[in-house]
Design a protein around this ligand. Structure first.
Ligand SMILES: [Zn+2]
Length: 186
């Protein structure tokens, strides 16, 4: 996973962009909680908890998906934003809590390490990685992103890098292939 600090920074940036007027402190706290929530899927790995692990499809499975984020956003608004002070702002709050939760899986797609992400689970259990993965376990710096080696890695594999997501079939099998969303066969 990307670091909790990185996920928090993304959630706060989204919070600034989507914040309603006079957003209370709870708005920020809930947004940060939403962005960190997906990694609770580690609970599915506890010994003897195989059924939960299968339900979540392992790490970076169901809890990292966009449909899951929509559900979390809705539940947070319905349970934590019930007072009159939230009236007329719940649609915007839903958008923020959904975006904060979904940002976790999307950021994880940018990591050069770890499992691929089931972004559309449970609609589709196909796992994806972004064609450009600037987040490594090494310290990421602007110079490392711009290095010739990393530039070469970003440009390899397809003539259309922004659309070329690495896709792994739900059955695993370990092998990844480049999937060009523009030029794939129907
Ligand atoms: Zn994660």
């Amino acid at each position: 996973m990307a670091s909790p600090l990185g996920h928090t920074a993304v959630a706060l940036a989204l919070g600034v962009a989507l914040q309603p007027a006079q957003a209370p402190r709870r708005y920020w706290v809930l947004g940060v909680c939403c962005c960190l929530l997906p990694d609770l899927d580690f609970l599915g790995r506890w010994p003897g908890n195989r059924r939960l692990e299968a339900l979540l499809d392992g790490h970076r499975g169901l809890t990292h998906s966009i449909p899951f984020a929509f559900l979390v956003g809705l539940l947070v608004v319905l349970t934590a934003c019930v007072g009159p002070e939230w009236r007329g702002r719940r649609g915007r709050l839903w958008a923020y809590f959904t975006a904060a939760t979904a940002s976790h899986g999307l950021v994880d797609c940018l990591t050069a390490y770890g499992a691929s992400v089931a972004l559309l689970a449970p609609i589709s259990w196909v796992r994806v990685k972004a064609p450009w993965q600037p987040l490594s376990q090494d310290r990421v710096t602007a110079s490392s992103i711009a290095s010739p080696r990393n530039r070469a890695a970003r440009c390899s594999g397809s003539s259309c890098p922004p659309c070329s997501w690495r896709v792994r079939s739900p059955g695993g099998g370990g092998a990844s292939r480049n999937f060009d969303t523009h030029h794939a066969a129907p």
